[in-house]
Design a protein around this ligand. Structure first.
Ligand code: ZN
Ligand code: ZN
Ligand code: FE
Length: 745
């Protein structure tokens, strides 16, 4: 029934695409519309959120303003269309049931950290949710990790096993309630529960009191979190942390720390406002922070890095645990070394039996593993280094439309992605594909992503490396395949997330990637114009004696550089152990060529006397960055640049000379970093393009990135860095998707 509308009344139809469902958008729209006395309706559809509003023109424009400003904190709007339609003389504003239409593109929401309102409730003894670990609302709570299917409705989540009590149902059905259609809504009467297990026997009484007692004794607690089990131990207790390292078989890699509150994080770390905002955000990642001269964590929490990774409690369970044990906790994934994180209770009991002393368990199933995300603030803006809980599987919007493409990523820090239209949906961080377990997780992630989005790839993109497990999977998939060079993918990912496709200089520096000439690349410059990648500059290649062994042992690339610079005599004088490498270097057997800046870092760290062995990817580079400390210096070594090749021999000679003069490591480290920055500036100025794109794991180095950005911007160039996807190999699936699509268009 269409009634005639009074004069001056208009009606708008608003379509919002992106992560707009399961984030509390409909109650917000309801509140805004009724607050402005507008009529109409809002509904979820498989293509996003659809709103119709009717009322006076000025009220309508006010509504659009408010919609932008007061949108839910976890909503990510990737498209917005506003159309004028015929007024219908409607009186009420309604929330209509979801419509199942042909699936186009609808984002699956990411998990969200506990909001203030929910936190207040769990801390209020008079509230019916006092100390209830599964408290959530439309502004917070689990999403991706409990979602089995779309659309995002309770029956499609692991919460369907729990029937809402009348009180919860009332909240769920009341449009103005904070819990209106909060799919995981629950309370102590009707929802999941927490319990403690100590080895075999369960315990009576508050599980949180017991868990706190376990931690106070320096024991290891396994906690079933949002995206899987975490292992926790007192971060002030060196013996306890050492025990965790032994049990996890993780000798050197820094641990992240769960701080009970922002206030306590401030006691240990130097925080700036964007860092505080990131810690408190709905994504609630681990944030890399600088330590300060204040209280100290146990020395073995973070040995090599200049930063410590800090997170705040992000679920009621974490809030309740830290309330009972208000001290910093080492928090690491519940797995053995590089295996996928455990998610299932029985799986955890078996796998973590030898690692954890006690388990804080619950009965809300986790659908898929999702590690804690890692981020940092670089030049005032967040940058993700590991994209998982709180961010996956939100889309990245790319400049042009893609055919249905599946990108399987690299080998280390693997993630996979699907691209459709202008959106690329990335899986959570899967990890290194060295173990059978992680390769299974990789295959599951592909299946899950395709199933969840009802996605049928027409094309698969993979790395050029013939031996990558991901590339082998792609080759066996039966789909038309496009092999994308590793470093092309790196820079294309960074360009795409910054909204550009061509006319830029791409700098791709990392540890390892298979080059177009079959050597190992990693210190590359590409001039990208009209879809052409011209490798206009690179590091002078050197041999990696022993291949893979050279990745762990910095003395090997160091020996190789000394051999080339001075000859065999000097090499064995400097590094006696390198005498065994003589035949390898002279004949070049089992010593592949590389132009990798990552390996140059390893060698220089060794020559500067800083790092003996790489126990994890990037350790030597971290040590070298940390060695700079507070040194402020523009002094630099020099690369000799000839025909685009950066020769390091004079640089190596200068480092050796500096060391003989007794220069300390901080000076050597600063001069080396500065030399790298100057090299980028020199190449950039020679190209005539004004956009410089930085990608690859080397740019996780804060000192280097910042220096390069400052120098380039001072010369009027625009620097584009990663924000939404990691600069390391966790970001290359995005680049693969974009480039593969371009090859076929
Ligand atoms: Zn909430
Ligand atoms: Zn209830
Ligand atoms: Fe890489």
């Amino acid at each position: 029934m269409i009634r005639a509308a009074p004069a001056g009344i208009e009606r708008l139809r608003v379509n919002l695409g992106g992560a707009v469902q399961g984030v509390g958008f409909r109650p917000t729209v309801y509140r805004l519309a009724t607050g402005l006395s507008l009529s109409g309706w809002v509904r979820n559809s498989t293509s996003g959120l659809v709103i119709e509003v009717e009322g006076r023109a000025e009220r309508l424009s006010e509504f659009l303003d408010l919609l932008e400003r007061e949108r839910p904190r976890a909503a990510l709007i990737t498209s917005r269309a506003v159309l004028q339609t015929e007024p219908q003389g409607s009186r009420l504003f309604e929330i209509l049931p979801s419509v199942e239409a042909e699936p186009k593109s609808v984002s699956v929401p990411a998990d969200m950290a506990t909001c203030r309102a929910c936190l207040t409730e769990i801390n209020n003894p008079a509230d019916r949710r006092f100390e209830y670990a599964f408290t959530n609302c439309t502004a917070c709570g689990p999403r991706y990790t409990i979602l089995q299917n779309i659309p995002y409705d309770r029956t499609n989540t692991t919460m369907r096993a729990f029937t809402m009590c009348p009180a919860c149902r009332r909240e769920y059905e009341t449009p103005v309630d904070r819990r209106f259609h909060a799919q995981p809504n629950a309370c102590p009467r009707c929802g999941p529960h927490v319990w403690m297990e100590r080895r075999a026997q369960g315990k009576e009484g508050s599980p949180f009191v017991h868990a706190a007692a376990v931690l106070a004794c320096g024991e290891i607690l396994a906690l079933k979190g949002i995206g899987g089990f975490q292992l926790l131990v007192d971060a002030l207790n060196e013996t306890a942390v050492e025990r965790m390292r032994r049990h996890k078989r993780r000798q050197a890699k820094p641990f992240a720390v769960l701080m009970p509150s922002l206030e306590m994080a401030r006691e240990f770390c130097a925080l700036n406002p964007p860092e505080e905002e990131l810690l408190l955000s709905a994504g609630a990642p681990i944030v890399l922070l600088r330590t300060r001269a204040g209280r100290k964590l146990a020395a073995n929490v973070s040995k090599s890095s200049p930063y410590i990774g800090v997170m705040l409690p992000y679920s009621p369970l974490h809030h309740l645990l830290t309330k009972h044990f208000p001290h910093p906790l080492v928090a690491t994934s519940g797995n053995l070394s590089e295996e996928p994180i455990a998610t299932d209770n029985e799986e955890a009991r078996q796998k973590l039996f030898a690692v954890a002393d006690a388990f804080l368990m619950h009965d809300r199933p986790i659908v898929r593993p999702c590690d804690d995300s890692v981020a940092r603030v670089s030049r005032g803006e967040p940058q993700l280094l590991r994209r998982a809980r709180g961010y996956a599987p939100l889309p990245v919007v790319v400049p042009t439309s893609l055919p249905p493409v599946l990108a399987v990523g690299g080998h280390l820090k693997n993630t996979v992605a699907i691209g459709a239209g202008r959106e690329v949906f990335l899986s959570q961080h899967i990890g290194d594909l060295d173990t059978l377990e992680s390769r299974r997780a990789f295959e599951r992630a592909i299946q899950e992503l395709c199933r969840l989005y009802r996605f049928k790839p027409e094309l698969v993109a993979c790395d050029l490396h013939p031996d990558y497990a991901s590339a082998r999977w792609a080759a066996g998939s039966g789909l038309p395949m496009v092999r994308v060079q590793h470093h092309h993918a790196h820079v294309a990912a960074c360009a795409a997330e910054n909204g550009i496709e061509s006319n830029y200089l791409g700098v791709a520096w990392d540890g390892t990637g298979y080059g177009l000439d079959g050597t190992i690349w990693g210190g590359e410059f590409f001039l990208v114009r009209d879809d052409r990648f011209d490798r206009i500059a690179h590091l002078r290649p050197f041999r990696l004696p022993g291949g893979e062994a050279a990745v762990r042992q910095g003395w090997r690339p160091a020996a190789s550089l000394l051999f080339e610079t001075f000859g065999v005599k000097e090499m064995t004088n400097e590094i006696p152990a390198a005498s065994v490498l003589r035949p390898v270097l002279e004949r070049g057997v089992h010593a592949p060529w590389t132009s990798s800046v990552g390996r140059l870092f390893d060698a220089v760290a060794y020559l500067a006397g800083i790092a003996e062995e790489n126990q994890f990817e990037g350790q030597a580079a971290m040590n070298l960055e940390r060695a700079i400390g507070d040194t402020v210096s523009a002094e630099a070594y020099q690369f000799d640049l000839r025909n685009g090749v950066a020769d390091w021999s004079a640089l190596i000679a200068d480092i050796c000379a500096d060391r003989q003069k007794g220069a300390d490591a901080s000076q050597i480290a600063a001069r080396f970093h500065n030399a790298l920055a100057n090299w980028i500036v020199e190449v950039s100025e020679s190209t005539g393009v004004s956009d410089i794109v930085l990608s690859g794991g080397v740019f996780q180095n804060g000192y280097l990135s910042e220096r390069v950005c400052n120098l380039l911007e001072a010369r009027g160039l625009r620097v584009l860095t990663h924000r939404q996807v990691p600069p390391n190999d966790g970001g290359i699936a995005l680049g693969q998707a974009v480039l593969a699509a371009r090859c076929t268009s």
